[in-house]
Every structure is written in C-alpha cells, then in structure tokens.
Design a protein around this ligand. Structure first.
Ligand SMILES: CC(C)(COP(=O)(O)OP(=O)(O)OC[C@H]1O[C@@H](n2cnc3c(N)ncnc32)[C@H](O)[C@@H]1OP(=O)(O)O)[C@@H](O)C(=O)NCCC(=O)NCCS
Length: 408
C-alpha cells in the first residue's frame, strides 16, 4: 500500500539531504526521519558551521569567548544578544547570586533520595520540584509580562541548578550540605559547595571555561525538547525538566562520562596504542571523537585542550592528559580524512576529573551549563511562538475489524 493510499489528504515524500538543497518550505509535508534536514526554529543565539569547525554565540567566536569571557557574561550575551556593560554584568551577577539558595524543603527532599540514585534522575526530579516552591511558576504567556516572568524563572533555574547538583553529591557521599556563598561567581560557588573548600583561581577558571563552551549549541535534542514544551505555553520548570530528561540519554549528554571510563580502562600510556588500535581494527567507536555536525576540529576543543594540559599539570594528573594526547594522535592518523576529530567531550573529561568532579556527575555538569542555553531558547520561542506539532507517517492498517475478545 502506498503512502498516498494511506493518507489521501496529504502527500508525504522522503527528502534526502541531496534533494533538499534550499531551506524553502515544501508545498506538502515530507518525511525527515530524525529531523536532520528540518529547520524548526529561528535563533539569534548560536551559529554552527560544522564543515569549517565554527561555533559562534551571537556572532562571537567560541574560542574568543572561552579565552576572554566568563560564564555570567556569556549568559548575558545569550539572553540579550549583546555583550553587557560593566553595570549590566554586575546587575546580572547580583541577581543570580540572590537566587543561589534553594528552599529548605528541597534540602529535605535531597536527604530522602537513595544514595545510589543516578545523578541525572536526581537532577531532573529536583529541577521539577523547584516549581513547587516558586509562587511565580505559572504557565507562560507571550505578552511582555509573560516574557518577563519566563526570564525571572530562567534566572532562578540557572542560579539554583549548581546548588542542587553539588548538594546531591554531598548527600550521596555522606557529607553535610554546604550552602551557596553569594559572594562568589557560579563556577567558584559550585566547586565551593561540591568540595567544601574554596577552589584555586585556576580551578574555578577551568570550570568557567567548560561552562562557557557547553552553554549553547543550536537546536540540539534537549534544546529542541525544551522549545517543544515551552511552545505549549507550559512553564520554564516544565521545559527544563524535559530538557534534563532529554540530555540524560547516552546519544546526547553522556559521552564525556564514557571518555573518562575509557581513560580509566586504559590505565597507562603504555597501553594506549594496543587499546586504541584494537578498537579501530574492530571498527568500534573511540569515545570523544566525531560529531554529527563538526567534520573539522570541534572549535570547543581547541582551547580546552590547552587548558586541560595546564590543569592536569597543576593537579598532578598529567598522565591523563598525555594518554589523551596519544589517543588523539592515533585516531587522527587513522580517521582525520573522514572528518573524525576530538569533540568537546574529549578534553572536558580530563578537565572535570582534575577539578575533583566524579565521573557520573559529568552529564549534570553539562546540564548546569546548558540550562542557560535552554532558557534562552525558550524565551526566543515565547517571543515568536507557534505550537510545535509535526506529523507522523502512519504505517498501520486501515478499516480493520474489531474482533470480540472470545474470537482473538
Ligand atoms: C558523534 C557520532 C554519533 C557522529 O556519528 P556520525 O555522524 O554518524 O559519524 P560518521 O558516519 O560521519 O563517521 C564517519 C566514519 O568515522 C567513523 N567514526 C565516527 N566516529 C568515530 C569514533 N568516535 N571512533 C571511531 N570511528 C568513528 C564511523 O564509524 C564512520 O566509519 P566508516 O566510514 O568506516 O563507516 C559518532 O562520531 C560517535 O558516536 N562518536 C563517539 C561518541 C561521542 O563522542 N559523542 C559525543 C558527540 S559531542
């Protein structure tokens, strides 16, 4: 039975990347499995050119931001589509700091969690629970007052997420909670709560760089999921809960954990060659390499590699960096001609490890940073909203008989 016979009211054709050369809207719905060739939203936040290895936030090269900016400044840039003046940045920082603390009921909730809970399950639940304690967590509206409310909710979500993650980790480690310090920036405050001691400037800087690099990345799966949720005029807490749940999947946010597991598995630099060459011969994937969009060096990995070396040296983990570098050399020799290069996850694994962050917390770190991108996209969605409602291609039967139970 042809598609036309199944759904006579619409013509559904399958469009391949080669036949779809322009973004012009097709006259009839078409089937684009995985939506890889579908443009589903306007954004002014991040631009990606995968062939050239370019990522820009509001037109500014990611490498320039990683070297010169801060996470807070990047949040301002993404949300306002311009760099802040000093006064504007100070105002954003103060507003975020004022929202770092979480309600006592949320600390009590963390205490009730099993100590072996998967961190992303804990984070998803806690982000959702924050709405219960926010009197301003109503559904969205697209008028100016509604947009302002979405911005207030965004501020709270970005400010409180580090407190949720760090204190869940303390709970499962049997340590007392550490309340946020409102005099610190987001990166410093997170490490303070996580480790119970003030980080060195270099460590805080390392985390800050990772937060900048992961803050936004076009219409990736979790960002799309967040926009789908907010487009129904649900609230930001619901949209962020959707996004955290989507990020959790191993095809999306889990790769940096896999890199660390691989480095642990290899164990020493002497074992790198056999391990990597063996995997390549068996046509197995090397974690932290390749990207659906980037077919050149991932622009987020360039500065991170330099930084990972520094932090690994400072923290007595140079061995990890040297192993990583050797893995990179072997993979590039075998795969660079196919567009396989290290991605952002490869060197962020070493960096996070050196900052004292446990491997199974890496995806939560991704969520901590991407929360700003998710919120920014939801605000963009509200400013020009249309319900996101694609169609499915029905492949089942028609006019089937309903057999009574006794006859089945
Ligand atoms: C990210 C990823 C899913 C992209 O996949 P993709 O776009 O389908 O990759 P391609 O099909 O263009 O890959 C081209 C070739 O390189 C190989 N390749 C891709 N990634 C590879 C990797 N990490 N290690 C070894 N070989 C890899 C493919 O198997 C393919 O080989 P073939 O031509 O012999 O079949 C994939 O690279 C991957 O799984 N990487 C590891 C996980 C990871 O780091 N993910 C984080 C992304 S930020």
């Amino acid at each position: 039975m042809s598609v036309a016979q199944i759904q006579p009211q619409v013509t559904i054709t399958t469009v391949s990347p080669t036949t779809m050369s322009t973004p012009a809207a097709p006259a009839a719905p078409f089937y684009d499995k995985g939506l890889a060739n579908t443009v589903a939203a306007d954004t002014q936040m991040s631009f990606i050119d995968g062939g050239k290895g370019v990522l820009e936030y509001v037109g500014i090269d990611i490498d320039t931001l990683a070297r010169n900016s801060t996470y807070e400044e990047t949040v301002y840039l993404l949300w306002n589509r311009k760099l802040p003046t000093k006064a504007e940045l100070d105002a954003l920082k103060s507003a975020l700091q004022a929202e770092y603390e979480i309600p006592d009921a949320i600390y009590d909730m963390i205490k009730s969690f099993p100590k072996d809970a998967v961190p992303m399950h804990a984070l998803r639940t806690l982000v959702s629970a924050l709405a219960l304690h926010d009197k301003d967590a109503e559904s969205s509206e697209t008028n100016p007052a509604g947009i302002e409310r979405a911005k207030r909710q965004s501020l709270r979500l970005v400010a409180k997420t580090p407190t949720l993650i760090a204190n869940f980790d303390r709970h499962r480690s049997g340590k007392a909670f550490v309340r946020p310090d409102k005099s610190m920036d987001i990166a410093t405050n997170f490490l303070w709560m996580l480790n119970g001691e003030k980080p060195t400037d270099a460590m805080a800087k390392g985390l800050d760089i990772c937060l900048i690099l992961h803050a936004d990345h076009g219409l990736n799966a979790s960002t799309f999921a967040a926009r789908v949720t907010i487009a129904t005029l649900s609230d930001m807490y619901s949209a962020m809960t959707t996004a955290v749940g989507t990020l959790k999947g191993p095809l999306h946010g889990g790769a940096n954990e896999e890199v660390m597991i691989m480095l642990d598995e290899i164990g020493s630099i002497e074992k790198v060659d056999d391990y990597v060459k063996g995997k390549l011969e068996r046509k197995e994937l090397i974690m932290g390499f390749g990207h659906r969009v980037y077919k050149a060096y991932d622009p987020r990995a360039t500065y991170l590699k330099t930084f990972a070396k520094q932090i690994a040296t400072d923290t007595g983990n140079l061995r990890l960096f040297e192993m990583s570098q050797r893995i990179e050399g072997i993979v590039l020799a075998a795969k660079a001609d196919k567009g396989i290069f290290p991605n952002v996850d490869f060197y962020s694994a070493t960096t996070y490890h050196c900052l004292g962050i446990k491997t199974d917390l890496f995806t939560c770190m991704f969520a901590l940073s991407r929360m700003s991108g998710w919120c920014g996209h939801c605000i963009e969605q509200l400013m020009d909203n249309r319900l996101i409602r694609p169609q499915a291609k029905y492949n089942g039967p028609h006019a089937a008989t309903y057999a009574p139970m006794a006859q089945r």
